[in-house]
Design a protein around this ligand. Sequence first.
Ligand SMILES: Nc1ncnc2c1ncn2[C@@H]1O[C@H](COP(=O)(O)OP(=O)(O)OP(=O)(O)O)[C@@H](O)[C@H]1O
Length: 274
Amino acid sequence: MLRTENLTYVYEDGTVALNNINIDMNKGNRIGIIGANGCGKSTLFLNIIGILKPKKGSVLYEDEKIQYNKKFLREFRQKVSIVFQDPDKQIFYSNVYDDVAFALRNLDFPEDIVKERVEQALRKTGAYEFKEKPVHFLSYGQKKRVAMAGVLAMNSDIILLDEPTAGLDPLMTKSVTEIIHKLSADGKKIVISSHNMDSIYDICDYVYVLSKGKVVGEGSVEEVFTKEELLNEAGLNQPWLVKLHKNLNVPLFKNEESFYKYWREQYGNSGSRS
Ligand SMILES: Nc1ncnc2c1ncn2[C@@H]1O[C@H](COP(=O)(O)OP(=O)(O)OP(=O)(O)O)[C@@H](O)[C@H]1O
């Protein structure tokens, strides 16, 4: 479907941001790209979406190399879309509704379809309640929702999310996580980069570990997150559920709910041994 082949990207000042990267989005439904600051996650996303062009290697969609002409990219970005780390890079209009409608109008969708898709996307992201507000009055978390709504309205098959929970409070993080789970349940392919290992562990089924522009590990979330040494070398933490598994010798749970269920079954509601 979507993959990179020996992708190398070098910035103008000579920084080798990506070095021979092979990533295959077929390996999971919710792919995590993890790594410390500056390891190349955003650069990788910008290459995948065709904003940056690799110095060597390529990005392949449906086994064809992507092309960098306007016509190809216009069609490609209806199938693969991105939510940038910084919502200000994504929001162009001063009005929420117009901003979310922008890409669809640009593709000449009839206004009744635009309205339906925009309203649906605003409701899904919880941005409907502030749809009449000028964008410059919105909080950072609200802008993130608007940026997400713009991408959801496109209804593309593959959604890249660059640090979707960065800078969000716990409640907003939970809500964004739920939106991502719903998108995946609707059959969308999710590719997500984050520093939040708990979120990645909760959301993803397959993970690539980047360090200094190289892939240093990959595998199922359970495989990758139980390799403490690999994570340390990449400057990352283990998710709390994995630490619990290791330090308290409890089974490895994929999410909080399954851990609490186990705990209640073992110890009852009081949380202490009966
Ligand atoms: N325009 C640029 N010119 C030169 N070097 C750049 C440029 N943009 C990024 N870099 C460098 O490329 C490398 C990868 O940066 P990138 O932003 O892709 O990392 P990241 O993993 O997304 O980081 P973070 O987690 O902090 O967002 C870093 O060394 C960074 O300094």
